[in-house]
Design a protein around this ligand. Structure first.
Ligand code: NOJ
Length: 560
């Protein structure tokens, strides 16, 4: 297998609005990030993925960009950004910027021009359709509730927006738009950025004609994603982007790709095809959703997680490359979702970290994961800030037929604001995030869960993550070894082997709050050499083939 720095790296995601506020306006900012670079360096991460810091009216917290080459005022200045990059590089870390080019903001100059007239030179930078007898151009529903179509009075046409009405989709069929995007990317690369995380990049090619989607439940709007996920020209566009931009730089690329399957992911990540290096796939993020989407709650089953992860581990091995994550700014907190954020918060957070960091792929840590930050429950809907939550609430409770209580239950479990409460730095007011009033409330548990406490406690999740990262640097088997699931049908233990050259790694994790017996099948040969890590004390004399696991226990043995 080809070796590469981006395969050996650990990435840390910063959601700037909620990371660290340096000027007391209640909003995290770039100088605030720079202040905390030593914290990240001490954790041991190699790359920072920075969620958008570009100029934006913040309809979707920066994922609606009105100028791709300017910094959002609330976050600081271009000078602050340059200083931050310099300080990142000084510490031998890298910076991956967020690239949001499926859509722009409606306040972007391109859109301001485009809506002036049908013959404006920028008209074709977006996707316009006329209306037939007052009907919408098609029945697709937006990711943020309602229709994907918004009517523009001036030119009497509708424009397409897969996300909010302030996020019009860009028209990638227009070569001029593509060239402008490439120019902008080069501009950032020449400023020294080390890569891009590409927002919903597998949505950029739409099926011509934008057909009506099947609507079996006869809902008002329906899921049109089959007509824009991995669309007809997607590989052509990404290959072109690679050749015109990325190939000229030694950078890291990851495409965020809802709905991507293994066969498509192979095409995106096979290096010879010259598209991307890795994708964020979503399969394991959907295991606790029912047929009606993310708000339709289902308990997650370990069996499904094993099936899904194993399929990806095997499918991309020696073909492409995996990215590994259990949470990010769009997902609930991993420990609340897959672990136990009460009695076994510390144990289960460490167990989940072990499970993820020992897999093949590049691990991503989302800010606060390393100190075991948890989901939040605000009493009132008014405390929530996320457009997805607020639109859904309006749709279902105010205009719809669902009860407040029922919808709040879904928000508590799945709402994106779970991940967006301010980073908990210490036990002072607002968790030390700001000296002002935070834009969104801090999780009430900041007095007991915070970075300062975690750094002081050598048994903390934070120190455990440091160890996990160190192991990856030390043992190539963690990066390059293959993957073999064992105890497939066990409903509490997730265990797997990694094989590389003449070595083996045995990873054993208990996903339950019970004591469970672990027994390595006789057919598997494994001679222990050493224990690499565990989240409980273990005896040196213990036989790794046969022992009892404590609640959420995790152990990793190296052997042959
Ligand atoms: C995915 C981003 O991660 C999410 O935060 C955003 O709302 C949508 N794409 C739209 O840009």
């Amino acid at each position: 297998m080809e070796q590469a720095w981006w395969k050996e790296s650990v990435v840390y995601q910063i959601y700037p609005r909620s990371f660290n506020d340096s000027n007391g306006d209640g909003i995290g900012d770039i100088p605030g990030i720079t202040e905390k670079l030593d914290y990240l360096k001490n954790l041991g991460v190699d790359v920072i993925w920075l969620s958008p810091v570009y100029q934006s009216p913040n309809d979707d917290n920066g994922y609606d960009i009105s100028d791709y080459q300017a910094i959002m005022k609330e976050f600081g200045t271009m000078h602050d950004w340059e200083k931050m990059l310099e300080e990142i590089h000084k510490r031998d870390m890298k910076l991956m910027m967020d690239l949001v080019v499926n859509h722009s903001s409606d306040e972007h100059q391109w859109f301001q021009e485009a809506k002036k007239s049908k013959d404006n030179p920028f008209r074709d930078y977006y996707i316009w359709r006329s209306s037939k007898d007052g009907e919408l151009p098609n029945n697709w529903g937006s990711m943020f509730s309602g229709s994907v179509w918004e009517y523009d009075e001036t030119t009497q046409e509708y424009y397409l927006h897969l996300f909010s009405r302030k996020q019009p989709d860009l028209n990638w069929e227009n070569p001029k738009l593509r060239q402008d995007v490439y120019k902008m990317m080069k501009w950032w690369l020449d400023k020294g950025v080390d890569g891009f995380r590409m927002d919903v990049i597998n949505f950029i090619s739409k099926v011509p004609g934008l057909p009506e989607a099947p609507n079996p439940n006869e809902t008002k709007y329906t899921d049109g994603s089959r007509y824009f996920i991995n669309g007809p020209h997607i590989h052509e566009y990404l290959h072109e982007m690679n050749q015109e931009v990325l190939a000229g730089y030694d950078v890291m690329t990851v495409g965020e790709m809802p709905g991507v399957d293994i066969e498509e992911a192979k095409k995106y990540t096979k290096l010879k095809r010259k598209e991307l290096q890795m994708v964020f796939q979503f399969e394991h993020m959907d295991l606790d959703s029912g047929p009606n989407g993310k708000w339709d709650l289902r308990p997650f089953k370990l069996k499904d997680l094993k099936e899904s992860i194993s399929k990806w581990q095997k499918g991309l091995h020696d073909v492409g490359w995996n990215s590994l994550y259990l949470n990010n700014h769009d997902q609930p907190r991993a420990v609340s979702r897959f672990g136990n954020d009460k009695e076994y918060r510390v144990e289960s957070a460490k167990m989940l970290g072990t499970f993820l960091h020992m897999l093949q792929g590049t691990p991503y840590i989302y800010q606060g994961e390393e100190i075991g930050m948890t989901n939040v429950q605000f009493d009132s809907i008014d405390e929530y800030k996320d457009i997805e939550i607020l639109n859904m609430y309006k749709d279902k409770v105010i205009n719809g037929a669902e009860s407040h209580e029922e919808v709040m239950k879904s928000i508590y479990a799945k709402g994106r604001d779970n991940a967006r409460t301010p980073f908990q730095w210490n036990d002072s007011k607002h968790g030390g995030f700001t000296s002002g009033t935070p834009w969104i409330q801090v999780n009430r548990n900041y007095r007991s869960i915070n970075a300062e406490q975690a750094i002081q406690d050598d048994q903390s999740i934070y120190h455990y993550y440091r160890q996990l990262i160190k192991l990856r640097k030390k043992y190539p088997i963690i990066v390059y070894g293959d993957y073999q699931l064992i105890l497939e049908n066990h409903d509490k233990i997730y265990a797997y082997l990694r094989n590389y050259k003449n070595e083996k790694l045995l990873v054993i994790t208990n996903f339950s709050n019970q004591h469970v017996l672990f027994e390595l099948p006789e057919s598997i040969s494994f001679e222990k050499a050493e224990k690499l890590i565990s989240n409980y004390d273990t005896l040196e004399s213990e036989n790794p083939r046969f022992f009892t696991l404590k609640p959420y226990e995790a152990r990793v043995y190296k052997g042959f």
